[in-house]
Design a protein around this ligand. Structure first.
Ligand code: SAH
Ligand code: SF4
Ligand code: F3S
Length: 477
């Protein structure tokens, strides 16, 4: 039987789980009748879009058992930390916030605290958590999200601390309920896990081996989203280009895009992340030919030096990467290319660093996420000699931004005077009369407009640009 199929899930466990869900739901209904309010939850999400989407699933499950979401963590009955450990500072943030919640729990002993996500997949971190933050009631991981109702049941009914972690699984749980943050755009998983083992990265250790969802499951989910008014989807995978590798009837990512492009109601298809080693000509053709697929490719380069790329186990060279960029620009003239860059990888010399500067200049990125290399225990790079001192890392980082930002600004300034369709996402955080949305190239735009336009696509003429956003005016159609 195909392990990707929901039927593969042990039916006995499912039956037990659904009994508990019914009991919890009944208990929460009783609570509502007695107290005139529903129990509330608050989720603190750290890390990437995978985690954001997992939080939507956690929210969906809690809503289905009778909880209600609240913005106010101080008054929540259940606080959940969905954690990330991609870099040291992500980890430190979680421990800092847990310290705050410790004080809260002292005054509110009935409040339940759960910690989940990537950090919890590491045994040493779980041990540290149990020792330093013994007030935490529930711990689960990236492969056990679906177990949350059972874990809550254990704490509420059996009065037991609950921990459920699985290192790796081939199972994919389909049809989980979700609370979506936005009505008009949605995140959709296409693969889970990663097989690439870049030597600096913890993801393969905390998200398990790569597995793809069946095309039919993805198509059905997106059709349902479209019926619900969703216009933009972002396909998620650590390496979307290797989609389908583990499926019996192999479907490539390019083939999947052609299928998704046919779905009525969806206006924009985005995807992330593309690994340069797997970006095929077929995929470039699909991006070009599918009118709903945005002309934006996030293509993490990480470093410009071939020696460093080799030590990172990225499995491409600077020349290969530049060749891809050339092809992309030739086939899709208005393509936007964005990237991730790591500065200060072990052994990086000034010459290696200059290769990174060189690639930034050659590609002319539309934007980039830049990171200081962070030592992650358990990864190969953590064991490498020649770790770079902090002051050198910071100095290179600053010099890199000095080169990058003017390029990004220059790329943005080419938009001045032009009109772009913008999917309106929300009211601007800075001013009530302003809205924000993105162009197909992922450029953030602020413009004057009223709230009713949220979820609509409007034409915006760009009047001014900054490094991280643009400003414009709605053009009447
Ligand atoms: N799967 C994606 C994203 C992985 S995490 C990809 O392959 O591109 C997002 C980014 O975090 C990575 O692209 C990398 O630039 C950065 N990153 C990962 N581990 C890191 C580390 N140990 N130190 C600094 N940056 C890191
Ligand atoms: Fe990490 Fe590399 Fe996998 Fe991306 S492709 S998640 S950087 S191991
Ligand atoms: Fe994402 Fe952080 Fe996990 S970047 S996959 S949440 S380690």
């Amino acid at each position: 039987m195909n392990k990707n199929n929901t039927e593969a899930i042990n039916t006995e466990n499912t039956k037990l789980a659904s009994d508990r869900i019914i009991e919890l739901r009944n208990n929460n209904e009783q609570y509502f009748i007695m107290n005139g309010r529903r129990k509330t939850f608050h989720i603190l999400t750290y890390g990437c879009q995978m985690n954001e989407h997992d939080s939507e699933k956690i929210g969906g499950m809690l809503t289905s058992i009778g909880y209600e979401e609240t913005d106010d963590e101080k008054n929540a009955d259940l606080v959940i930390f969905n954690t990330c450990l991609i870099r040291e500072n992500a980890e430190l943030k979680v421990f800092g916030k847990l310290g705050e919640v410790k004080g809260l729990k002292r005054n509110k002993p009935d409040m339940m605290v759960a910690v989940c996500g990537c950090m919890m997949q590491k045994e040493e971190i779980r041990q540290k958590l149990l020792k330093k933050f013994s007030f935490v009631d529930i711990i689960f991981g990236t492969n056990t999200i679906q177990e949350l109702p059972r874990l809550i049941y254990n704490v509420e009914v059996n009065k037991k601390k609950s921990v459920d972690i699985i290192d790796n699984t081939e199972l994919i749980y389909e049809n989980m309920p979700k609370t979506r943050k936005f009505k008009y755009k949605a995140l959709v998983n296409i693969t889970y896990g990663c097989n690439n083992f870049c030597t600096y990265c913890v993801v393969p250790y905390v998200r398990g081996r790569e597995k793809s969802r069946l095309p039919g499951e993805i198509i059905n989910e997106i059709k349902m989203l479209a019926e619900d008014g969703c216009k933009e989807i972002t396909l998620l995978g650590q390496n979307v280009n290797s989609y389908g590798n583990n499926l019996d009837n192999k479907t490539t990512f390019a083939e999947l895009l052609y299928e998704l492009n046919k779905i009525d109601g969806i206006e924009r298809i985005r995807f992330m992340t593309s690994h340069p080693k797997d970006l095929t000509d077929d995929l470039i053709k699909a991006i070009k030919e599918c009118d709903k697929v945005c002309n934006h490719v996030h293509l993490p380069v990480q470093a410009g030096s071939n020696e460093i790329l080799k030590r990172m186990n990225r499995r491409y060279t600077k020349e290969h990467y530049l060749n891809l960029v050339e092809k992309l620009k030739k086939e899709i003239p208005d393509v936007a290319i964005t990237t991730d860059i790591i500065v200060g990888f072990p052994g990086e010399t000034e010459e290696d660093f200059q290769e990174t500067i060189d690639i930034i200049k050659k590609v002319q990125y539309d934007s980039a996420f830049t990171f200081l290399y962070s030592v992650r225990e358990g990864t190969k790079a953590a064991e490498m000699e020649d770790q770079i001192p902090d002051e050198i890392k910071h100095d290179r980082f600053d010099r890199l931004l000095d080169v990058l930002y003017p390029i990004v600004l220059e790329r943005n300034s080419r938009c001045i005077g032009r009109e772009y369709p913008v999917l309106v996402e929300s009211v601007s955080r800075t001013s009530e009369n302003y809205l924000t949305g993105r162009t197909e190239h992922f450029r953030l735009v602020h413009f004057k407009g009223s709230e009713e336009l949220i979820g609509k696509t409007v034409n915006v003429k760009i009047t001014n640009v900054k490094t991280f956003h643009m400003e414009g005016e709605i053009v009447e159609q």
